[in-house]
Each structure stands twice: as C-alpha cells, then as structure tokens.
Design a binder for this molecule. Sequence first.
Ligand code: THU
Length: 133
Amino acid sequence: MTTELTALFEAAKAAQARAYAPYSRFQVGAALRTASGAVHAGCNVENAAYPVGACAEAGALSAMVLAGDRAVVEVLVIGDGPELCTPCGACRQRLREFGASDMLIHVAGPEGVRRSFALGELLPHSFGPDNLS
Ligand code: THU
C-alpha cells in the first residue's frame, strides 16, 4: 500500500474500533481523503430504534463538511467478516454528492484492502449536483 492509503487504512481502523454497534455487532469504520490532503473518519452509530442508526460513511462525510472540506478523492471502508464491506446504497449516493465517478472506494478487512472500486462502478448513471444546475 502507498503511504497515503496506509494512512487511510489506519484512520478507518481506529474509527472502526470506536463504532457503536450493539445491535448488529458489525463495526464499520470509514476514512476519506480530500483534495486538500486532509483525512476525515467516521464509524457506524446504531440506535435502539434500528432505522435511526447511521453508517460510518455518513459520519466521515459529516466530519469532512464540518472541517470545511468538500472534495473527496478516495474513501476506505473497513468491516470484519469474509464478505466485502461495500457501502450501502444510501451511502453510495451520499458519497456521490462530494466525489466524481472516478473517486476510489477501497473496501478493506482487518488484514488490508480487499478490492477497490470507482464510485461510477458502484453507482452508475447516478443523480448528482450537476442534475440540478
Ligand atoms: N454499515 C456501515 O456503517 N457502512 C457500510 O458500508 C455497511 C454497513 C453499518 C450499518 C449498521 O450499523 C451495520 O453496519 C450493519 O448493517
């Protein structure tokens, strides 16, 4: 892994350890790197009223916007288990707001990155800010 990707992986892994997931017991961490070079991270935060829970990607995007950053270059999501922890449909759309179709989404497990996708692969023909201009 490059130094930049390693930093993203470490940030996401640290966020995953802070996840609040008492119901699913599936802890997720996400970290994104912006055009300014900053890294912002988030974890999933579940709720006793299940649908109110928030995904890790949503938390990372909130941290980014709060910091005044907007342009996502790449994202890394980490989850345990044998399956790829790809962003859910709603989070693909959330990421779309701040990333181009070539924005990379790295999907990792505890051992490292398992696969990398371009956002356009995971959310083709998407609706974004340009549709409203
Ligand atoms: N989850 C995320 O935070 N991000 C993903 O990319 C996939 C799923 C969370 C939502 C819920 O708290 C738990 O994982 C199980 O679905």
